[in-house]
Design a protein around this ligand. Structure first.
Ligand code: FES
Length: 163
């Protein structure tokens, strides 16, 4: 099957990207991104995550939407990528979390989730202090996507203009 771009929620387009413009850049040979794999490509100070999910190829920032860890070294299972840092899991089709990070915090809608606790135990209480407060106030955001197209066997991504 030929690789193809995966659809993504249109309201989650990355800032500064104009998908109809000539801003598409070749970033990788499609053969280097089989289904089920993740890759990082870098342009300037922008690290892009390429993921080949069953729906096709998506491009988003290679920064976890929780605390910015590189998702390219996470684990891809179908359309869900697991972050290597706090085990948050994110759906690359919808852009949202399917499992909150173990540190808890706010989900994209601002709803608070407590720190993860092993099954059957009482919920952990955060010690007072700035670190616990920072964890509580950290909001997981939704992915922002860079449009993808594929031509001549190469993956192209629409990127914002370099500043
Ligand atoms: S940085 Fe990814 S879950 Fe925390």
């Amino acid at each position: 099957m030929q690789p193809r771009p995966a659809p993504f929620p249109p309201d989650l387009l990355a800032p500064g990207v104009e998908p109809e413009s000539e801003s598409f850049e070749v970033v990788l040979d499609a053969a280097e991104l089989p289904v089920g794999t993740l890759r990082r490509v870098t342009r300037g100070d922008l690290d892009i995550l390429l993921a080949h999910i069953p729906d096709g190829i998506v491009a988003t920032d290679d920064r976890c939407p929780h605390m910015s860890a590189p998702l390219s070294i996470g684990v891809l299972d179908g359309c869900v990528v697991a972050c290597p840092l706090h085990d948050g899991r994110f759906d690359l089709r919808s852009g949202g979390p399917v499992q909150m990070p173990t540190t808890g915090g706010l989900d994209p809608d601002g709803v608070y989730h407590p720190t993860w606790t092993p099954g059957g135990r009482d919920p952990k209480t955060d010690p007072p202090g700035k670190k616990a407060e920072a964890r509580r106030l950290t909001r997981v955001r939704r992915f922002r996507y860079y449009p993808v197209r594929i031509a001549d066997g190469r993956i192209q991504v629409a990127l914002p203009p370099e500043r």
